[in-house]
Design a protein around this ligand. Sequence first.
Ligand SMILES: [Zn+2]
Ligand SMILES: [Zn+2]
Length: 215
Amino acid sequence: MTDKIEIKAYPNGIFGATTYLIYDKKTLEAAIIDCTSSIEEIEKEIKDKKLNLKYILITHGHFDHVYCVKKMKEKFSNSLIFMHKDDLPLLKQVEVQCSMAGVEGIETPCVDGLLDEKSQNLKLGDNEIKVIHTKGHSKGGVCYLIDDVLFSGDTLFCASIGRCDLFGGSFEEIQDSIKNKLFVLDDNIVVYPGHGEKTTIGYEKKYNPYFGSNY
Ligand SMILES: [Zn+2]
Ligand SMILES: [Zn+2]
């Protein structure tokens, strides 16, 4: 597993979503991946370690993953919020998503830049952050690959996959995304999902029940 990047997980977000704080150990450049809880704790960590928060990276536009994005940006106004362009319609609806789920208090964040698979010059120190578009849970869902760790949002979980019955979801698309864009990665890559325990590409290729004997 990566020795260049430090990873901290805050798994107690809305609907059990996880916020990740990652940083390059050499340059202390940092990114937050999804932001759904623990604002004060993360703020303290950033200040204690003297990190430079460059990015807030959104895996997809569901409210449980972006719940605290706006508040975090207010604390670190130099950081840039990025997400895939195809989930912008979802993001614009986060207040509606929240009220349908009976959750209060979200404010819609403004995005600083929109991603697709070609727009890849995100870096933490020397490490490129690769954007992998993995539609299927939502139209604009992405995974972020940095060094040998993958942040998989709600696309791939430990022994499971994301729901496909929500707006923009498709079982065929999520299967295609996982098979052709994630399972082609190295088996040793550690996967940090948007909910639940971490896993590896190799483990999921073998044991994920949605693919099972195909692999
Ligand atoms: Zn989701
Ligand atoms: Zn989720």
